[in-house]
Design a protein around this ligand. Sequence first.
Ligand code: 1BN
Ligand code: ZN
Length: 345
Amino acid sequence: MQKIIGALVVTAAILTAGVSCGGARNGSATGAGTASTGTAGSVDGATTGSVNGSAPDAAAASVPEFNADSAYVYLKRQVDFGPRVPNSEAHRKTGDMLVAELKRSGAQVHEQRFDATAFDGTVLHSRNIFARFNPEKETARLLLLAHYDTRPWADQDPDESKHKQPIDGANDGASGVAILLETARQLAIKNPGYGIDILFVDAEDYGTDNREDSWAMGAKYFADNMDANGWRPSRAILLDMVGGGNAQFPYEYYSQQAAPELNTQFRQAAGAAGYASYFPQSMGGAVTDDHVKLIEQGVPAIDIIDYDPRQGFNPTWHTVSDNIGNIDKTTLKAVGQSLLQFIYK
Ligand code: 1BN
Ligand code: ZN
């Protein structure tokens, strides 16, 4: 088992905070907002062919069809803003778009603002975005999360001259968000009948080697404050790097330690949806990702992440090649349909 973590623990001071709330739907998700069965709508640029209807084994009749074209449009919309580095205009605009889309799906949306001091002293003006579906259901809530910030440095690029360039984060950031936005759109169309929360966390990817707490600062802020807000979920699923080519999602180590049953259930759902080949029955590595912050606070959480201990992350990881040209829509479909199977099974 290869461990992908930094060694030293450094505190990331959280300075100020506030929570605001808006866009409530009390109860039914059906027919909310302007959501429809079509794609993400007015955004142009979904140029590649549809993969819908090409699932190896169509999901059970009661499970909605995950629209990968729509997810792809959501992904492109993020990338088109530019790198979503905290404190940038692209980051702010992306946050605003996410809030608007979640409200459009009929969710009750909370913006959790906080300042986090990064390892290099930079104060990151940060915002977690938290959306509640069926907010009146107080128990057994399922949390789905992804990070929406992107890394300021392509420090894994084979070309060292590019190490100070920001990445597009098409896979590392936008892919998980895109799948969850499409999931939110499906929740609005068909109410699953229980409580689901979608969390877009900030300040995940501003970290550095050997300083474990320099990563996932938004998830830590959420987890440290969830009880005070009444937001503790029963279980959580993190999507990270879920749109790359040749993706494989073996069991992530901390996930399997903390939430083996949830891991099994998700993989059973993937199999039922016809996508078992993306989820090998093998052990991956240990990744200090957002889910660890929830696990540390007692929430069973799993990370669906394209990381194999032999091959590492997707080759585009933290390089300038993490762009939309290297996104594979069939991977979005595989993960998204597996998630809908899990939700509606
Ligand atoms: C995931 C995507 N991560 C960063 N981008 C988490 C991570 C932290 C991966 C430290 C490797 C090392
Ligand atoms: Zn990253």
